[in-house]
Write a protein of this length. Sequence first.
Length: 304
Amino acid sequence: MKIINIAGLIAAAVAVAVSGSPVSAADLGGPRGGSMKDDGYETAAPVIRGPAGPCYMRGDLGYSWSRAPSQASWAVTNETRDYATPSGANPYTPSYAYAGDTITDTSMSNAWFGGVGLGCGSGSRGIRGEVMLNQTGWRNFQGNPINYTITNVNGGPGTNTDIVDPIHASVKSTTLMFNGYKDLGSFGGITPYIGAGVGVSYNKMSDVYFTDNPNLLNRIGGASRTSLAWSLMAGVGYQLNERAILDLGYRYMDYGKAESSRVDNTGAINPPLRINDLTAHEFKVGLRYHFGSSDAQQVYQPMK
């Protein structure tokens, strides 16, 4: 009986791993003493991977620098108290007059955002389209409504009591955007682009509260609304390898509108807080990974 040389087997296996050359049964001292090529066997070559296809998935992480809203409003109604005519338990009869709803000295804090998406493009034309789902964190809003004024007539404790009363709330947004891009050519693996997007933004507002007015200690409930959103974009893509692209971009984002409810925590009805221009300058870093094309295949070659 022929004894198989174990050391020879190991040496042969190492040689195959390093060189990638097939070794026949005869080389291993097989029982038939012949070569596999004599029987017309074939060996499978590695799968040949096709080039990167036109479609990709992407993930983004960025930071949103909010712009101070210029179209925020909360209606203020001033009160006049006439002490000459008591009313019920009050030593006065109140009357009310609308003063306006403009909020001044507004500010909105910044927040992180992230997103995922899918897209496809035409390499020859440099045109891409994608759908993106993004989540932006809570941004704190503050502003000064028109001063609430109590005017006492025909007696009473003083007149024209102006109350400075900052208003506060927070907003976070979830967006579904449909974006289009134009790649402007490749320069040493760097591809600048411009783009625009349109979609919807689901803007959620927290409870609304006031800080200085002792007559407005209650919180108005938060609410959510869906609003039209749009964006303008520019950036560069850097080719990391055949399928992966590092994306550095800027986006001007208009999230649309946000609005609170009208009911506070005591059940009373109030004017809603409205913010009609949620906008931001945003910078992001992302990764686009292209799927393989459909021409990937496995090739078999006969041994000779």
